[in-house]
Ligand binder design. Structure first.
Ligand code: GTP
Length: 170
């Protein structure tokens, strides 16, 4: 018996963390070194087939620039899953991600499936945030964690399929 699920997924995180690049890598199989900063938000859809379910994701890729912060609740309200992205070459980006997690804990849907994603793992030589820092933070705050690269596609399919599997179980 195959379930059909439609769910809203929101991407949050600092500007330049790689939200658009991750979504674009997954939905279009493309990456650009010159990805433009998102204005407001961008919308994508993608269908994922699991053995147990077919999941249609409505994906909101929000803008990370501070001036758009006040719009964010419109996008995470009603979301079934959220991905908070940081750039592992930037400590500021990690701090910003923690702020997003706190906002989701306070104001998001209580059953929200939350992932913390450390992106740009291809830039290992420029890394500022250790893997163990991300791991520890998610353990203490009840999220799931992955390190990704939108550039090389490392863990990108894994991210979306992990989310889909959790949605199918929910
Ligand atoms: P806003 O729209 O401003 O919130 O940014 P964003 O989080 O959507 O980031 P975006 O996807 O626009 O990426 C910002 C920059 O980082 C772009 O120049 C991308 O090419 C680059 N970038 C994104 N992901 C990666 C990655 O995994 N590795 C490397 N090396 N660069 C990346």
């Amino acid at each position: 018996r195959n379930k059909n699920i439609q769910a809203k997924l929101v991407f949050l995180g600092d500007m330049g963390a790689g939200k658009t690049s991750l979504v674009s890598r997954f939905v279009r199989g493309q990456f650009s070194d010159f990805q433009e900063s998102t204005i407001g938000a961008a919308f994508f859809t993608q269908v994922l087939s699991l053995n147990e379910a077919t999941i249609k994701l409505d994906i909101w890729d929000t803008a990370g620039q501070e001036r758009y912060h006040s719009l964010a609740p419109m996008y995470y309200r009603g979301a079934a899953a959220a991905v908070v992205v940081y750039d592992l070459t930037s400590s500021e980006s990690f701090e910003r991600a923690k702020k997003w997690v706190q906002e989701l804990q306070r104001q998001g849907n209580p059953n929200l499936i939350k992932f913390l994603v450390a992106n740009k793992v291809d830039l290992e030589e420029k890394r500022k945030v250790g893997n163990e820092e991300g791991e520890l933070y998610v353990k203490e705050n009840g999220l799931y964690f992955l390190e990704t690269s939108a550039k090389t596609a490392h863990n990108v399919n894994e991210l979306f399929y992990e989310i889909a599997k959790k949605l199918a179980k929910a």
